[in-house]
Design a protein around this ligand. Sequence first.
Ligand SMILES: C[S@@+](CC[C@H](N)C(=O)[O-])C[C@H]1O[C@@H](n2cnc3c(N)ncnc32)[C@H](O)[C@@H]1O
Length: 262
Amino acid sequence: MIVSAGTFDPTWEFMHSFDPTWESVHRSREWARELEYWFLDVLRRRFDGQVTIKLAGQDVLDLGCGGGAIAATLAAAKLRVHAIDGSEAAVSLTRRRLAEAGLTADVRVLDAAHILESFGPESMDWVIDNACLQCCTPEAQRDIVSQIRRVLRPGGWVYSRLVGAGSWGDGLGRRIAGGCYADIPEGPAAGMGTTTFLDRDAVLALWDWLEFCGNRIVQDHRMVSEDTYSAPADPTGLRPERGGAQRWWMEWIVEGRKRADG
Ligand SMILES: C[S@@+](CC[C@H](N)C(=O)[O-])C[C@H]1O[C@@H](n2cnc3c(N)ncnc32)[C@H](O)[C@@H]1O
């Protein structure tokens, strides 16, 4: 579904899976723009330790591209990049980021719940979800992940970063569904709209068709400072570290592939 500039209204209903809070976030500050070279290494070793000889020319779908850092990195490595975001401001930023670097990509304002109808079955070699699905309800996550399965070519690869249950913010704010909250008042998810916190079983259930390989599902534990992440009252969302109390934050890094017969 396309959102045009004239239709933006912070009180609108969800297009389907996109929380319009993100439009406000992207209009109020510039999302990360640095090239994410580490990400190429993630793809090159293809999660199973084997070095991929050739990424160039492969189709990659970047879900929720934000400021375009990953999209630009992948385009620089000559992958055929298809980047989507529900936020018009994010898409503008990504387009600008690419243009400034002299790179080209297919960048669209799109709700992630519409990828199948937009790109078609078996159109992608890679689908990258760097913290987009975490912004969706569990129901929307299941829908989008089933579309990812269809959109991937046989043997195609997935990278997904999801938030772990029990991380700072889990259980706070307005409960939407099990593990899913909006209006979280504090922590890294504050001011970011809907966030779904998943335990390991929920991650395994979500990606049950995926053949995990290499690192399988990686738990990335981190302590974050109360001073770094503030309540939404801070318009930047990020403040310099001042050594405050440490809070727990955990992410699941899912790396795997669609089976050749999947
Ligand atoms: C946490 S940010 C991550 C941005 C980027 N992937 C990065 O790593 O910097 C999540 C992004 O996903 C987008 N997003 C969230 N839910 C979405 C949805 N259902 N459809 C499309 N985009 C979505 C947001 O607008 C935001 O840009």
